[in-house]
Design a protein. Sequence first.
Length: 229
Amino acid sequence: MIKIFKDLPAPRHVFSVYVIVCNNQSFYIGQTDNLIRRWEEHKQEKASWTKKYKPVEIIHYEHFHTRDEAVKREKALKTGFGRKWLKREFKKNNLNKWDENVARQAGKQTDIIEKEILTKKWTDWIDYWSVDFDFESKKEIIRVPKEKSVQFKIDGSSDAVQMQIDNYEEKWTGSYIFENKWQSFRTKKDRSLELTSAFKEAQKGKMKIAVKVIDIFGNDTTKVIEINI
C-alpha cells in the first residue's frame, strides 16, 4: 500500500481503490488507475450504479503499486466483513476522505511515493479487546409466555377462549452476559493498544474469565478461561 502525505505531491501511475457514498446512503466500491478521471465519470453518470444513485463524495481511498493489489483490496472491501468495517469506520469518521481540489492541485506536481506495511505483527489486526473478570456472575434471563392453561368441564369439553390466561415467566437461556470490566482500544489519534489488562484482585476458588477481541474488520470472538486460585 502507498502512503500519501497531505503536504507532499500526489503520485502518478498508481492504482486506487475508492469508496463513494451515494444519495441513498449506499456505498459504491471500485478501483482505477486515475481517480480524478474516474470520479468525473461517476458524476457524468457513466457507471450504472451511480447513474441510478447520484454520487455524493469519495469517503475513502487507498493507493497501490500494482493492479493486482488494488483488485485484491477491492474484493476484500466488497465482502460482508469489508462493508461492515467501512460502515463502522465511516460512522467514527476514521476513513481516508478524498479531497478533489487538493488532489487536482497535487497532481500537477512531482511524483513522490512511499510504501508502508500497515500490519507488521499480529496485534496490529486487533482494534479492541475487553475482559470480564467474573463471567458467570450474571445469567442471561429472558421473558417467555407461560403455557396457557385450560379448565376442563365435567363432560371432558373445554372453553379454550374463556379459560386461557396470558402471562409471562423468566427463564435462563443457559448462557451468561458478558460484562465489560476492562478494555483497551485504538483511536484515530492514538493507534497504540495495551496488551496487559489492569490488576484484578480475586477470591480463592474456581472462576471463569472471558476475553472478547474485535479485529479491524469488526469481527469479534470470545474466549472463556476457567482458573482455580
